[in-house]
Design a binder for this molecule. Sequence first.
Ligand SMILES: CC(C)(COP(=O)(O)OP(=O)(O)OC[C@H]1O[C@@H](n2cnc3c(N)ncnc32)[C@H](O)[C@@H]1OP(=O)(O)O)[C@@H](O)C(=O)NCCC(=O)NCCS
Length: 209
Amino acid sequence: MSTDLTLRYMTVADVPEVVVIDEASFTPPWTARSYRFEINESNVSYMLVLEQPTQRPLTGFRRWWKNLIGSNETTEEMCTIVGYGGLWKIAEEAHISTIATHPDYRGRKLGEILLAGMIRRAIVLHARYVVLEVRVSNTVAQNLYHKYGFKMHGIKKNYYHHDHEDAYDMRLDLSGAAIATFKQQYRHLQQHNPFRDRYSRTPHPRLDR
Ligand SMILES: CC(C)(COP(=O)(O)OP(=O)(O)OC[C@H]1O[C@@H](n2cnc3c(N)ncnc32)[C@H](O)[C@@H]1OP(=O)(O)O)[C@@H](O)C(=O)NCCC(=O)NCCS
């Protein structure tokens, strides 16, 4: 695993890659338009992506150009988005609106990096608690949330319009003790899965101007 992982704010240029991950992760997915709204217009939304450098084969003009200048390079380094998330901050509540990692990159602590980034952002924004909804069948995501101290807070019947599945309401209270525990978890995660965090303590390019 590369140590060059970067957590940063989502931009409009990221939307096509994010939509690919979303479509592979959720039914129904969000539209590209809803991502653009969250990035450009919403007054409460802190969207993020996690990216890592990857080698891709040179194609088209770039390959032709490299040949022309006598280079024998066949690949180039690009940044690939491996996961994304969204956090709404409304009054004292931080609400995780979405989180997903690319199916090819699951099980590598990337979901954890995204979640930890959003919890840290919520703390920086002085939220008193973090909430989210999760399908009752989605035990993988529930395990991730439990690991970071979320507790079951209730159940929302027929929450998902598409198939009427129920959702668990989960909540993490950001008390002093919970924040101290989280800080330790964040440090541990950083030590074992290094990543550059340009999200959780970085001012939002539009909302924090
Ligand atoms: C949920 C999701 C974001 C987790 O991301 P991930 O990168 O695969 O997860 P990580 O590697 O960071 O794992 C973190 C924790 O999640 C849980 N987890 C991850 N994969 C798991 C699996 N296959 N089975 C059970 N628990 C699992 C574990 O608690 C794990 O911690 P551990 O490794 O110490 O046991 C990812 O599976 C995903 O994108 N799913 C589809 C979208 C989705 O369901 N989003 C949540 C909506 S509420």
